[in-house]
Ligand binder design. Structure first.
Ligand code: KG4
Ligand code: ZN
Length: 354
């Protein structure tokens, strides 16, 4: 079975082709990605209307590129998948619309996929893939969640951020330090030159006794500290503040991940989402898990941030495991807000004329 998928939930257009095999995990045939980061950088953040319009421009050229690189044709596509949510409504509608129109033209079924399930399953495209069950730390621009994953489609929420996501904490702190959007990678680069213990910043909910996170207070502390540095802080002070901010976020993520493994009695941790690309987070997680005889798995670095490959993979794994059926009903909808533990509570699409 060949699954062609579209990802358009935010500011990256991703298209990919995945093939299932008689034995083993689905195989990525090709994927292509167009990042709108440069376009949005001029505004200091994602402009939803511009994002939607750009997805329209990129979807078909990227599809042609993927088919060419995979040496495949549209006639070989069995299912067309798309990100159904969560994300920006207009941006999601572009991917869903293109996917369903293409599927209708080909006479093939479609499948809407949960974006976070894509992130969660993305390490299954690595050579070093995990086995079920595991604890997943999902750390993206919009979400910070710990999930217990027993099988495809069987997800239990263990804890989540009650305010800002970890990626948001990186991005907002970076903005305060005068770094360009998207701030996460920029702050991480600056942090390399700084001292992580230079400033004492809060570790919110570190010892709360549950697996929830809170990062809004950290952002305020970074703002306060930045103001104390006056109107022209030195490069060294900024690097120190970046390193201290990163250290606070990473310590909370590592501590809570270990606590989640302990409370579930599991040995495997999967880390995914954009913040999973952070080198310091990976270094500390590798060290902490190795010391305790635990294992940690990551997606390939290029598949940490948004991409079409993870959506094609999630669709293929859902179909293979029988938890989802592709549909020939092309009346699609999207779900901008869609908790992952409600993945199977699918709203009915209202029939035309009803
Ligand atoms: O998963 P993702 O690509 O998009 C969402 O679904 O949100 O995650 C994007 C987030 C942004 O907040 C970005 O700043 C952060 O991931 N990010 C990083 C790094 N690379 C991406 N944060 C810290 N360090 C990085 N190296
Ligand atoms: Zn994402």
């Amino acid at each position: 079975m060949n699954v062609l998928a579209f990802e358009s939930s935010c500011d990256e257009t991703g298209v990919a082709l995945v093939s299932t095999q008689a034995v083993g995990r689905p195989k990525l045939r090709a994927h292509a990605l167009y990042s709108q980061v440069q376009m949005h950088a001029a505004y200091g953040g994602v402009v939803p209307e511009l994002a939607s319009r750009d997805h329209i421009r990129r979807a078909l050229p990227l599809t042609r590129q993927v088919l060419r690189e995979a040496g495949a044709t549209l006639a070989e596509v069995d299912v067309v998948a798309f990100t159904r949510g969560p994300g920006l409504a207009g941006a999601l509608l572009v991917g869903a619309g293109v996917a369903c129109a293409l599927a209708a033209a080909l006479g093939k079924p479609t499948l809407g996929v949960h974006h976070l399930e894509g992130h969660l399953l993305s390490p299954f495209l690595s050579t070093d893939a995990p086995e079920f069950p595991f604890v997943a730390l999902l750390v993206s621009g919009g979400h910070t969640q710990l999930m217990r994953v027993d099988a495809v489609g069987h997800y239990t929420l263990l804890g989540e951020s009650i305010d800002d996501a970890a990626g948001e904490a990186f991005d907002k702190s970076a903005k305060l330090l005068g770094l360009d959007y998207p701030g996460g990678p920029a702050l991480a680069r600056l942090a390399v030159q700084g001292r992580a213990d230079a400033y004492s910043l809060p570790r919110p909910l570190l010892h709360s006794g549950n697996l929830d996170f809170s990062f809004a207070g950290l952002k305020t502390a970074v703002l306060t500290q930045h103001r104390k540095l006056g109107s022209s802080p030195t490069a060294e002070q900024l690097a120190d503040l970046a390193a201290s901010t990163q250290a606070a976020i990473v310590e909370v993520l590592v501590t809570k991940s270990l606590a989640a493994l302990k409370s579930c009695g599991l040995q495997r941790l999967v880390v995914s989402g954009g913040v999973g690309a952070n080198t310091e987070l990976r270094r500390q997680l590798n060290e902490a898990t190795a010391r305790r005889g635990l294992r940690v798995y990551y997606p390939e670095l290029e598949l940490c941030t948004d991409n079409g490959a993870m959506i094609a993979l999630a669709a293929a794994m859902r179909l293979q495991s029988g938890v989802a059926k592709a549909s020939m009903d092309y009346a699609f909808d999207v779900r901008p807000r869609w908790p992952l533990d409600q993945i199977d509570q699918i709203d009915r699409v209202i029939p035309v004329g009803a």
